[in-house]
Design a protein around this ligand. Structure first.
Ligand code: ADP
Ligand code: MG
Length: 434
C-alpha cells in the first residue's frame, strides 16, 4: 500500500456543483441524507476544477436572517462560497496532506477538504475527521514499529555488553595463560634437573648394596671386596651427596615456589570468574584489586610500574566479579594510554560513608572533548578491532548499580585519574539508652 492510496481511501465521491446553482438549491441538497456527514459542498468550473466550498454554516447564517431565504435564496451560490478552500492532490502522502490541512485549518472546523487529481480536476471530498483518524492509526502503527525496534535495540545492546565481557575474558585468559607459563617452565626444568641429579644417587645406592652383599658373603674374596669398595667410593665421589644436598634444597624450594605461584593464579582466576550470588557478598575491595592485578599483570608489566597504596577497608556488599571487570577495564585502559613506560598508581581508602578507589596513570591523557564522552556507549578513540568503546559505559553502569559513582579527571600529556566511590551500607542507628 503506497501512502498516496491512503489518501484515496479517504475520498468520498460527492458530486460537485456549478457556481451558478442557487443558494436555496444548494441548501436543499445539503439537507439530503447522503450529505449528512459533510460540512460543505464543492463548487467546480466547467472543466471540473474546484472553485470553492459552500459551508453549512454560511448557508445557515443566511437562512437565520429574517427573510433570508426569500431575499437571497435565488442568488448564485458563488456569492457565499469560500473561494479559497482546502485543496489536496491525491498524489500527496497522508502525512503531507495532514500537514497541509492542519496548517490551513480554521477553527471551529466548518469545512471539508477537496481532493483533486494530478491535473487539478475535482475527484471528491474528504472530511478532516477521517484524516485525523487515519493519522492516528498510522501513528499507532509507527509506535508499534518503534516499540519493536526499541526491544531489538535493547537486545543487541545486551549482546554487545556480553561480547565486551567476552573480549575482556579473552584478554584475561591470554594473560593468565602467559602468567602460568613462566612458573610452569621453570618447575618443569627443575624437575628434569632433579631427575638428572638423582641418577648418581641411585648408582651410589646400587654400589653400596653390592658392597654390603660382598661383606655378608663368606665366599667373597679380597679382589671382589676391593673392587666393590672402589666402586662404592667412586659412586660416592660422583654423586657427592653433600653438594647435592644444597642443590636439591634449592631446586625443591624453587619448584615449590613455582607451584605456589601457579596455585595463586588458579585461585585468582577462580575469584575473578566466580559467579556472584547477587550482591550479598561482603568484600574487601583490596582483594578485588589484587585479583584484578593477577589477571592484568601480564598486559601491564611492559608498560608501567604498578604502585599500590592500599588502605584498610571495611568490607562492603558488592558483586566482586563485576567490580573486577571494572578494575580490569580501567587497568587495561591505563596501560593502553601509556606511550613507552609509565606508572599506574592505585590507592584505596575509606571514610564513614564510602570506600574509594583511585587509579591514576601517567599516560597521554585526554582533551576535554574526549573526556566529556568517555562514558558514552561505543565512544572510542582506538582503531577498529582494538576498542569497542563499551568498557567505560559498562563500568559506569556497574558502579551505578552498586549505588556508587565513577568520575574521571584528565590532562593531556600528564595522565588520567579515575575515582570510584562505593557507598558503605547504612551504619546501624545508634541505640539510645532509655
Ligand atoms: N586512562 C585513560 N587515558 C586516556 N584515555 C582514556 C583512558 N581511559 C579511557 N580513555 C578514553 O576513553 C575511551 C573509551 O574507553 P572505553 O569505554 O574503555 O572503550 P575502549 O577502551 O574500547 O576505547 C577510549 O577510547 C579512550 O579514548
Ligand atoms: Mg577499554
Amino acid at each position: 500500500m503506497t501512502t498516496a492510496s491512503a489518501l484515496a481511501r479517504l475520498l468520498k465521491p460527492v458530486a460537485a456543483l456549478s457556481a451558478q446553482m442557487s443558494i436555496a438549491d444548494v441548501a436543499d441538497r445539503l439537507l439530503t441524507p447522503e450529505h449528512k456527514a459533510f460540512l460543505s459542498l464543492p463548487i467546480v468550473d466547467d472543466d471540473g476544477r474546484p472553485l470553492g466550498l459552500v459551508s453549512r454554516t454560511a448557508l445557515q447564517d443566511i437562512f437565520m436572517q429574517r427573510f433570508g431565504r426569500d431575499l437571497r435564496g435565488r442568488h448564485a451560490v458563488q456569492e457565499v462560497m469560500n473561494p479559497a478552500p482546502l485543496v489536496v492532490s491525491l498524489q500527496t502522502s497522508l502525512e503531507e496532506a495532514a500537514k497541509q490541512i492542519t496548517g490551513q485549518l480554521q477553527y471551529p472546523i466548518t469545512e471539508d477538504f477537496i481532493l483533486v487529481d494530478a491535473q487539478g480536476v475535482y475527484r471528491g471530498l474528504g472530511t478532516v475527521l477521517d484524516l485525523l483518524k487515519a493519522m492516528e492509526s498510522r501513528i499507532a502503527q509507527r509506535n508499534q514499529v518503534l516499540r519493536k525496534a526499541l526491544v531489538e535495540l535493547k537486545e543487541s545492546q545486551t549482546q554487545l555488553v556480553q561480547s565486551e565481557k567476552m573480549a575482556s575474558l579473552g584478554q584475561m585468559v591470554a594473560g593468565v595463560a602467559h602468567e602460568l607459563n613462566t612458573p610452569l617452565g621453570y618447575v618443569k626444568n627443575n624437575v628434569q634437573l632433579l631427575r638428572e641429579l638423582s641418577t648418581p644417587l641411585f648408582d651410589l645406592a646400587d654400589a653400596q648394596a653390592a658392597l654390603a652383599d660382598c661383606l655378608n658373603d663368606p665366599n667373597c674374596d679380597d679382589a671382589r671386596l676391593h673392587s666393590a669398595l672402589q666402586a662404592a667410593a667412586d659412586a660416592r665421589d660422583l654423586a657427592s651427596p653433600e653438594l647435592l644436598m644444597e642443590d636439591f634444597g634449592q631446586l625443591f624450594s624453587d619448584t615449590l615456589y613455582g607451584l605456589e605461584q601457579i596455585a595463586e593464579l588458579v585461585v585468582g582466576l577462580k575469584d575473578f570468574a566466580r559467579l556472584d550470588r547477587a550482591m550479598s557478598e561482603e568484600v574487601d575491595l583490596n582483594d578485588c584489586i589484587r585479583s584484578a592485578l593477577v589477571i592484568a599483570r601480564n598486559g601491564i608489566k611492559d608498560k608501567a610500574d604498578i604502585v599500590l597504596q592500599l588502605g584498610d577497608l571495611p568490607r562492603i556488599p558488592c558483586a566482586p566479579s563485576q567490580i573486577n571487570q571494572v578494575l580490569l577495564n580501567l587497568l587495561n585502559n591505563a596501560a593502553q594510554a601509556i606511550d613507552g613506560f609509565g606508572q599506574i598508581l592505585l590507592k584505596t581508602w575509606a571514610d564513614d560513608s564510602a570506600v574509594f578507589v583511585s587509579l591514576q596513570d601517567s599516560g597521554r591523557g585526554m582533551s576535554p572533548e574526549v573526556l566529556a564522552r568517555i562514558f558514552d556507549p561505543f565512544f572510542t578513540t582506538k582503531p577498529v578491532g582494538q576498542g569497542t568503546g563499551l568498557g567505560l559505559s559498562i563500568s559506569y553502569k556497574i558502579i551505578q548499580d552498586h549505588g556508587g559513582q565513577i568520575r574521571a579527571a584528565s590532562e593531556p600529556g600528564r595522565g588520567t585519574r579515575f575515582l570510584i566511590r562505593l557507598p558503605r551500607p547504612q551504619a546501624l542507628p545508634l541505640q539510645r539508652s532509655a
